[in-house]
Design a binder for this molecule. Structure first.
Ligand code: F3S
Length: 306
């Protein structure tokens, strides 16, 4: 019999899964008339076209800018904040519009908001190590003040000067690269500032990679599911390929050539961060069914009259 192993960390991380679930809960609440519409998400809930399309088919609208938030009709509808989180003043706009708010900010990101707010209130300067244009970083920055700075590279770290008479607090974007974070922190610490460093990198991505490598090293064939342009899926594919030469990169079940894995005894499955559970389950079911079909075929052959 074939053994099919699906990585526990395949697909959405905890924070994104929770946010997507919360949108579907709101759709249900609206259907059963527990709330009145419309439902909005502030920014797409996830970078997966299929999911966003499904939500839009079910009536969920995406608001892209703060101006769109400001233009919302008062006292109507629900705005869902996605896992990336938002700055403090976005909550103020929503309060002013008096709309219902479902806050799906990932708890790990929320924790960074708290750190930045508290250290800023205590008169410290805050450095966020991350990409300044990333919505998560924009949100985090919005919990600080004029002494909050985003540093993305070595040059930024070299140029950084702590405002006179202040202590420094350093945090990180959750998805920032670990080694790069360490490197930039070291550069800043060399300046001898009185600093506290809080490593707020989330290990969901790293856990997914470590588990994928472990499974790939134990199976005959490995399937990696994810968008063609998803960089975290490409990385997963490379990691798996190193461990298992029969590694297949697919976007959906349709991309899988059934013959390529028909005779293997063990299959592993993992998926990138924006791959919905449904697609992972489809591939899992097919792999298990295929094994069952093979088994039947073998049995039929062995019971054929000679
Ligand atoms: Fe995901 Fe939250 Fe980590 S959104 S990547 S679990 S910080």
């Amino acid at each position: 019999d074939r053994k099919v192993t699906v990585a526990k960390s395949a697909g959405f991380c905890f924070g994104v899964e929770r946010a997507v679930d919360q949108v579907y809960e709101q759709i249900e609440a609206l259907k059963s008339k527990k709330t009145s519409g419309p439902i909005y998400t502030y920014g797409p809930i996830i970078h997966n076209e299929e999911v966003v399309k499904d939500l839009s088919d079910k009536g969920v609208m995406v608001l892209e800018t703060e101006d769109e938030l400001r233009a919302l009709p008062k006292n109507q509808g629900t705005v869902i904040i996605r896992s990336h989180g938002v700055s403090r003043h976005v909550y103020e706009i929503l309060k002013e519009r008096n709309v219902a708010v479902v806050d799906a900010t990932c708890p790990f990101v929320k924790k960074i908001h708290r750190i930045v707010a508290e250290h800023s209130a205590a008169g410290e300067a805050v450095v966020i190590i991350g990409s300044p244009d990333h919505p998560e970083v924009e949100g985090i920055k919005g919990w600080g003040n004029e002494h909050t700075t985003v540093i993305k590279d070595g040059e930024g770290a070299d140029y950084y000067r702590l405002p006179e008479g202040r202590k420094l607090c350093i945090v990180s974007q959750t998805t920032f690269n670990h080694n790069k974070f360490k490197e930039l922190v070291e550069k800043i610490l060399k300046k001898g500032y009185d600093s506290s460093v809080l490593n707020t990198i989330c290990n969901a991505t790293q856990e997914r990679q470590v588990e994928a490598a472990r499974i790939a090293s134990q199976v005959d064939a490995m399937i990696v599911i994810g968008g063609r342009h998803s960089s975290n899926t490409q990385k997963l594919y490379e990691i798996c390929l190193k461990e298992c030469k029969d590694t297949f990169y697919i976007q959906t079940l349709g991309d899988l050539d059934p013959d390529s894995v028909s005779s293997v005894r063990s299959v592993g499955i993992t998926a990138g961060a924006s791959t919905p559970r449904k697609i992972i389950e489809e591939v899992h079911t097919r792999m298990a069914e295929q094994s069952f079909a093979e088994l039947l075929k073998e049995e039929e052959e062995s019971t054929k009259p000679i």
